[in-house]
Each structure stands twice: as C-alpha cells, then as structure tokens.
Design a binder for this molecule. Structure first.
Ligand code: F6R
Length: 350
C-alpha cells in the first residue's frame, strides 16, 4: 500500500484519515459544546433518536450509563417513538445534517406528546424546528461526514444529562477517553511500523468480517466497527455480541466449509470482561471459530468504560480506513446512501 503523502492524497482525496485522527481532539471539543445549553429538568427516561452515524451515539450513551444510577436510555432508530414517551421523557434528536426524515418524524411525535427535546445537529431542518419550538440545540461543527463526527454527536448528550443532574460528572472519564484515543491515533497512524490496524485490515481483504464483542458493554463498538467497514471500506460485515451469540449464531458456524473459510472473526475484548465471558470466548473459538479463515482479537484500552469504548472504536475506524485503501476505494463518499435519500425526497415531492 502506497502510504507516502502523495499516495495518501490520491487514495483518500477528501481526507478521511485526518478526520479519524482528529477523534481525540473532537472528544475534548465535544465535551464543551453543550456548555451554553440550558439544562433540562431531570428526566425519568431518556430517548436518543438518530440514524446511522448520528444514531450510534445513542447506543454508546446506553452502554456508558448501563451500570450507573441514571435514567434508563432507550435508543430509537425509527420514525416513531414508543407509546410511553411523554412529559417525563427527555428526547435527544440527533441528526448531523438535520435532514434525516426518521429523526425529524420521531422528534415531531415526541414534541407533540409533551416530551422535552434537545436537538444535536450541525443545522438544517432540525435546527430550524428546534429554534421555532424554543427547544435547546447543541450545534456541532459543520462540513463533516456524519460518521466522522461521532464525538460531537455522542458526548453532548452525556454533558446535558450531567448538567441536568441526571448523571454524575463524567469530566474525568472524558479526559481519560481523550488520552486513550490520542494514544490509539498515534499508534495506528500510517507512518508507524508494525501498525496493528493495517495488519488486521490486510487479513480482512476478500473476506467477510464478523465483529463480535466479548461483552454486551462493547456492543456499540462492534456495531460501529461493522458500520465503518460498510461505509468506509464499502464491503459487507456482520456483528454480534457474547453471550447472546452463544444461543444462536454459534450454531450457524455449522455452515458449508467454503463459506466459513470466507469469514474472518474479530473479537473485541474488554480488559474488565467477567471471567465467565472470557471462558465463553475461549470455548467458542474452539468449537466454532476454528472453521473461520482467521480470528483476531482486539483489546480495549483504559480504566473507565468511556475510554475503553472510545479506544476500541477508534481502532476500528483506522481498520476500516486501511481496508478501504487496500480495497482501492475512496473512504469518504457514500453514494448509495445519498442516492437513496435523493430518490425518497423526489418521491415525496411528486
Ligand atoms: C454518513 C453516515 C450516515 C448518516 C445517516 C443519517 O457518514 O454515517 O449513516 O449518519 O444517513 O444522517 P444524519 O447523520 O445526517 O442524520
């Protein structure tokens, strides 16, 4: 792979690598973005509504607050919100572009039911509607592909909840996550010899990556790895999580040996994973994954869950970028998503 500066510019003309490398800085910036937003009343339940690159932040919020004495977090990736959404609900409407119809519809429905709403967006219709309704809005820097703006779309939700007194302070967690991400960005940079992200990506070429998180707390990371492989490297991938996959997907490894040899397993490990889950991973490797073309394990870094999630997500972002270059595709454009949105908009108008 040609990774001199000229080669990089032609392989990645829109500079996705720079955006991925900016993740640590974005974490620090994102944490300050909600500072001017008036804190809402402490909610009984939190809904995070958003799609794709603007939706995964909700999954992260749910994971980060799982072990905390916090209101329950429900993630909505739909036009509709659950029937119980009402005045005790705080809904985050997250859409980077501010134009995603599912998110706009969920926002509208929640607002009609009296939910308190906070918009997280770079502009568009969502920002306009939030201003019209007098709802608080966190305005994030514009001009990025939504998936490259993950810290901006995720961390402000945590900051708003902390300001509302609904969760503890996460200042130290964000500082640790920023440092952990910075260490990953340095280690995975193209100039670094023995780069683990590049080596892992090389093993995925021509294979179907299956990303399995060793613990449900890392589930959003497995999903993000899959999404980034889809959108940056333009190839299919799957994801699942232990222990649930032991109750169904493990049996699917009885597939035709030729198919199994087209699959490459990546297991996302957590230094804090319970021993019982570690045993499940070991036994499943033996019983099922031995049939795969290859198996890699990637370990999250850091003490706090936020750092562990951010570090392993960023490793996946780099892997997806290297895989794009190895496949000879431009990591940035997502023409199928754009075409689909255009066609839906045309049909709406006609
Ligand atoms: C594009 C991307 C997509 C979008 C999704 C929703 O980089 O990641 O998954 O995030 O189509 O659009 P927004 O984020 O504008 O609401």
């Amino acid at each position: 792979m040609a990774l001199d500066p000229a080669g990089l510019t032609s392989a990645d003309p829109a500079g996705m690598l720079q955006l991925i490398s900016r993740f640590p800085r974005m974490c620090a910036e994102a944490w300050a973005l909600a500072a001017g937003v008036p804190p809402p009343v402490r909610p009984q339940v939190v809904v995070a509504a958003g799609m794709g690159g603007s939706g995964i932040g909700g999954d992260l919020l749910r994971a980060v607050l799982y072990d905390e004495p916090a209101p329950p977090v429900v993630v909505v990736k739909d036009y509709r919100v659950p029937g119980w959404v009402g005045p005790q609900t705080l809904l985050f409407a997250c859409s980077y572009s501010g134009e995603t119809e599912e998110t706009l519809a969920a926002y509208q429905q929640a607002a009609e039911r009296g939910a308190r709403c906070v918009a997280i967006t770079s502009g568009g219709t969502l920002l306009r509607r939030a201003r019209e309704r007098g709802d608080p809005a966190v305005v994030v820097p514009a001009g990025l592909p939504p998936r490259a703006a993950l810290p901006y779309l995720f961390l402000p939700m945590l900051a708003v909840l902390a300001a509302a007194g609904a969760v503890r302070s996460f200042d130290d967690d964000v500082a640790e996550a920023t440092d952990a991400a910075a260490a990953v960005a340095e280690e995975m940079a193209p100039g670094r010899p023995d780069n683990p992200a590049r080596a892992l990506a090389a093993g995925l070429v021509g294979r179907l990556p299956l990303i399995y998180s060793a613990t449900p707390l890392l589930e959003p990371a497995a999903q993000r790895w899959k999404d980034q492989i889809n959108e940056n490297a333009k190839t299919l991938a799957g994801w699942n999580t232990f222990p649930e996959l032991n109750h169904n997907e493990t049996v699917g490894w009885g597939m035709d040996p030729d198919l199994a040899r087209r699959c490459h397993v990546v297991i996302l490990r957590d230094p804090r994973e319970p021993p019982r889950l570690a045993r499940r991973v070991a036994i499943t490797r033996d019983l099922a994954f031995a049939r795969a073309a290859g198996v890699d394990e990637v370990w999250a870094r850091g003490r706090g869950l936020l750092a562990r999630l951010c570090s392993i997500i960023l490793i996946g972002d780099f892997v997806s970028w290297y895989l794009a270059l190895l496949r000879g595709v431009d990591p940035t454009p997502v023409p199928v998503i754009d075409a689909l949105k255009r066609r839906l908009a045309q049909e709406e108008r006609s």
